[in-house]
Design a protein around this ligand. Sequence first.
Ligand code: ZN
Length: 285
Amino acid sequence: MQLESFKILHISGHHLLPEAQCLFAGIAPYSCLQAVLEHAAQTSVKLDLTYDAIVCTGDIVHDVVSSHDHLADAYELFIQALRSQYPQTPVYLCPGNHDPLDLFAQLVQHAHFEPAKLVAQVNQAVVINLNQYWNLILLNSQLPTQVGGELTQEQCTFIQELVVSQPDKHVLLALHHNPLPTGCAWLDSYDFKGVDKFWQKVQALEAIKGIVHGHIHQDIISMVGNTKVMAVPATSIQFKPHAVDFALDELAPGYRILSLEANGTIEQQLYRLDVVPSVEPITGY
Ligand SMILES: [Zn+2]
């Protein structure tokens, strides 16, 4: 008998602005997110699958060009886009460096956003039981006011204690920041506090089968021991791989579908929109 697998739609890097028609680097982040969610829905029909959950690894809004108060509208747009395509699917969220934690935390108070869970407090970790074979741990890697991230000893201890207390479960970790260097000098120049200690812990824990993250706006998959590390492209602008200085890439927004198997393996496939939105040059983000 084939055991049931758990299907996840992974998205990140929406960089939404307070109004649907607002542009960032020449593209409309809201339209891009809508297009990605629609594409993912069509893909699920083609593949004859249903998403058991949506995992969003942050940078839902773009706090650089909009005031804090107006960003509440950007989160409203996020809920609208997600729930018009997926009214019932559970959503699990980690904040990015561009997500103000107070507004991000309010997402779960929105009546139309149930069922959803998130990790909003600084240095927090939250576990979600997905099924009898898998746990998902959401990590808040945000280091307030910084582009780079942080994982604390307490978060690492949380992961270790969970693995030890539930030895029959496989674990997927979700966070915003990249736990591995990207090869882009400008991205790798940002500090990620505590990441070396995090890896010491993760490598000693056989149960951790995968890590999903955003932040780097690129599709990169790496194996560290038996842990598959998967960076998902943004649903908005894309960053050029191996760039020394900040540079945009001419690739379409994307998303990843993961299949968590009962035996601990993770199957995955990346998808991108068929049309590349034309971006205008920017010097940073
Ligand atoms: Zn980010």
